[in-house]
Design a protein around this ligand. Structure first.
Ligand code: PAF
Length: 280
């Protein structure tokens, strides 16, 4: 595995690879890798000759009151994990090079950001799209792998790829869970012992809803009530519990083939998200 931190060197590597007709699959991350990320890397290998993983904790996608400063970082461990997974290139750009003092561009994908996390984290997705657009121009991947856990992010990046004509195929990889169902997340480490147990109520809610939707599609209100009761009885502070059309996040309607149930809750100060796509 080669580690690159210079943007110019990364671009040079990508251009050389294209000349050699070698395809690139790319996994962008903010580091503190867990099995969810490792599954994205495994998936990436199926799509290309070369796998590039980036680690960059992107300040632009965190609001002032969020956890940018304390976001977990462990480059040494991340680098060892990537080496074990036989990643070809680990790209760790410098903040000053990504965002020099005179940096002034934005990329906004309007519409899909008006829902779910876009409401509680108003500038978050603009921060994501600017960094992802930059990374696409630097890494020049043929395929990019994103995790379903950030489903809204997947749809927004997909729309950006289409609108801005990036020649990139986006693959959505399934959510990886702990044995008790909690979705793997770098933020799970903030949970204390009680919160960790309570947090399993998220996955229990998703499973309950899926079962009910398949049996009794008509009664969304009843399912919603049951889920929010379950979450609240586990001390979860609800940010949202929403049923959406999984294609475009428009409001759920009977007749939608793929229904997204998305949940965002706080246990103490830790905000967790999860979702399920229910086929009906
Ligand atoms: O999903 C993430 O980890 C981040 O939003 C991403 C895509 C790496 C951009 O910073």
């Amino acid at each position: 595995m080669k580690t690159i931190s210079s943007i110019e060197e990364m671009q040079f590597f990508s251009t050389e690879s294209k000349h050699k007709n070698l395809s690139i699959a790319f996994v962008p991350t903010m580091g503190f890798l867990h099995e969810g990320h490792l599954s994205l890397i495994e998936n990436a290998k199926k799509y290309a000759d070369i796998v590039v993983v980036s680690i960059f904790v992107n300040s632009k996608q965190f609001a002032e009151n969020e956890d940018f400063g304390s976001y977990p970082r462990d480059l040494k461990r991340d680098s060892e994990l990537c080496e074990d997974k036989k990643v070809d290139i680990l790209f760790i750009p410098e903040v000053d090079e990504m965002y020099p003092n005179d940096f002034s561009s934005t990329v906004k994908v309007s519409g899909i950001d008006n829902h779910l996390c876009g409401i509680s984290r108003p500038d978050h997705f603009e921060g994501v799209t600017i960094v992802v657009a930059k990374l696409f121009n630097i890494v020049r991947p043929d395929t990019v792998i994103f995790g379903q856990k950030d489903y809204q992010q997947c749809l927004i990046v997909q729309k950006m790829i289409k609108d801005l004509n990036f020649p990139i195929n986006l693959i959505i990889s399934p959510i990886i869970r702990e044995v008790d169902g909690l979705a793997k997340s770098s933020r799970n480490k903030y949970l204390n012992e009680d919160q960790r147990k309570q947090a399993t109520s998220i996955y229990r809610s998703l499973c309950f809803a899926e079962k009910q939707m398949k049996e009794d599609l008509g009664d969304i209100d009843k399912i919603y009530k049951e889920i929010t009761n379950l979450l609240k009885s586990n001390d979860a502070e609800i940010d949202y519990v929403e049923f959406k059309n999984a294609e475009d996040l428009s409001p759920f309607k009977h007749g939608n083939k793929h229904i997204l149930l998305a949940i965002a809750v706080r246990f103490g100060t830790t905000r967790l998200i999860d979702n399920i796509i229910i086929e009906v």
